[in-house]
Design a protein. Structure first.
Length: 201
């Protein structure tokens, strides 16, 4: 009987979720009559402007993502260690049976094999349930990250008068070239980290 071990890889490859950054400003910003002239000029200058954020830089420098990544990697390692320990215990039971099988009666062998068969099924079910539980938690954390970035960018784009914030990722996506003046990555990272630090207090 062979036990298949469930592997947990952490969050690193799962966070491809910064595609949230596209189309987050769909309404033009309207300036009221009491708005200062300087502010009006700044917003009008950005009218219909499309900017972009480097997703790799954002994830590498966003403090909330760093904390989230560390937490999920730690949970993944703990779950993997737990499954490994249970699998090794089962293998020891198998080895013990194999070493004693010849001295057992037919009835004893049948009973032991039935018990080991049930134990293997229980272990496989536990592996599947543990994997599903980890994936569900991972999905919830990804959604929370998505929402944080999306909510911030909606407000950011509205305040700046941007019509759209695109995601740039080297070697991927549809952006082959964009002028550096359209790169708002540093400003967005600063704003996200400031918002996260306020939440922690």
């Amino acid at each position: 009987m062979k036990v298949n071990t469930v592997k947990f890889s952490g969050l690193a490859t799962a966070i491809a979720i910064v595609s949230v950054m596209s189309a987050c400003g769909n309404k033009e910003t309207k300036t009221e009559g009491t708005t200062a002239a300087k502010t009006t000029v700044a917003v009008d200058a950005n009218k219909d402007k499309i900017v972009f954020v480097d997703s790799d830089s954002l994830l590498n420098q966003y403090e909330y993502f760093k904390v989230l990544k560390t937490k999920m990697e730690s949970k993944g390692k703990a779950a993997d260690a737990d499954l490994k320990a249970k699998g090794q215990a089962f293998q020891r039971d198998m080895q013990q049976y194999q070493s004693q099988a010849q001295s057992m009666t037919a009835e004893q062998r049948a009973a032991t094999e039935e018990r080991l068969g049930r134990k293997q099924q229980e272990l496989q079910a536990y592996q599947q349930n543990a994997g599903a539980a980890f994936q569900n938690e991972q999905a919830k954390e990804q959604e929370a990250l998505y929402n944080k970035v999306a909510d911030y960018l909606k407000t950011y784009a509205k305040d700046k008068g941007y019509k759209m914030v695109l995601k740039y990722q080297k070697g991927m996506g549809d952006i082959l070239f964009a002028d550096e003046s359209l790169d708002v990555t540093s400003e967005v990272i600063k704003g996200l980290n400031e918002a996260y630090n306020k939440e922690k207090k």
